[in-house]
Design a protein around this ligand. Structure first.
Ligand code: NAI
Length: 272
């Protein structure tokens, strides 16, 4: 259902890999709400081809960019302004990857080259995107920038490995850059801390199936879906949330404020 919440707005969406991707759902919903979009992903992800299907569906141009490469980002930002015919109203950063997780390295036995690579892709890239946008004065006044994060940035989830550190850094960048972008251009910057969700990146976490069930039972509303995350993201891109900035916003069915639920207590049975 469209309320035209993003009518006339133009945005760049990073990270749609396949139809499970959170970014994919955001692109569909933003389009449904009237936005014009440029899609981007790492050149290697393009080769899998699925993003083209999304581009056709929502009439979006696709520009490859490795989010760690300033050259690629400069090309993306300048070309997007040409294609969209003006400044950008919103950006979604939906990117995450840990090489240590992929290679099965334990948190206490990191390969630091991998750590730095993962940090660059998952967190520093957010700074790079915003610094490039600022350099080219690409954002509209009162524009909105959102990145996706996970609660392992704030509490220990042992198998989330070095992605936990990457997410802490990402959330900090949102606060710090949000300050400067707010003063300079009234641009707001937030992170959405999403429930565990079945996607390519999510399923890389060890024991993900049990983990997702646990989170579901620990959330009074249950786990939030990717579709609902996309709805929430759309509200942050809209003019209805103009004064929300520098926040880490939980979209998790209440998980983050729950100590325990009856469902989880019941799993342990009676103590007597
Ligand atoms: P996904 O695997 O569909 O998306 C990750 C994206 O990052 C892919 O499109 C991938 O191509 C892109 N990417 C990787 N390296 C890149 C690079 N160098 N340059 C540009 N793009 C690059 O998975 P998902 O779950 O949709 O992930 C999106 C965001 O949501 C990530 O930040 C993830 O950490 C976050 N998130 C995911 C949760 C989950 O359980 N799936 C929970 C909370 C947050």
């Amino acid at each position: 259902m469209s309320n035209g919440l993003l009518k006339g707005k133009k945005g760049i969406i990073f990270g749609a890999l396949n139809s499970q991707s959170i970014a994919w759902k955001v692109a569909e919903k933003a389009h449904e709400q009237g936005a014009e979009i440029v899609l981007t992903n790492a050149p290697i992800a393009m080769r899998m081809g699925e993003i083209k299907e999304l581009g056709e569906k929502i009439g979006a141009t696709i520009i490859p960019a490795d989010a760690t490469s300033i050259e690629d980002l400069e090309n993306l930002i300048t070309k997007s302004m040409e294609i969209l015919g003006g400044k950008i109203d919103f950006i979604l950063h939906s990117i995450g990857m840990s090489v240590n997780v992929r290679k099965g390295n334990h948190y206490t036995n990191e390969n630091y080259d991998y750590t730095l690579k993962g940090l660059d892709i998952s967190a520093l890239s957010f700074h790079k995107v915003m610094q490039t946008a600022m350099k080219f004065d690409a954002m509209s006044e009162w524009g909105s920038i959102v990145a996706l994060t996970y609660i392992a940035s704030q509490r220990v989830f042992p198998d989330y490995n070095d992605m936990a550190d990457n997410k802490s850094y990402l959330e900090s960048v949102a606060r710090s850059f949000g300050y400067h972008y707010g003063i300079k251009k009234h641009v707001r910057v937030n992170t959405i801390s999403q429930s565990p969700t079945v996607t390519t990146a999510g399923s890389g976490v060890k024991g993900f199936d049990s983990f997702i069930d646990y989170a579901d039972q620990m959330s009074p509303l249950g786990n939030a879906s990717a579709d609902d995350c996309a709805n929430y993201t759309v509200t942050l891109f809209s003019d209805l949330t103009k004064y929300v900035t520098m926040q880490n916003l939980y979209h998790d069915g209440g998980y983050s404020n729950t100590g325990v639920t009856q469902k989880v207590i019941d799993k342990f049975g009676s103590a007597s």
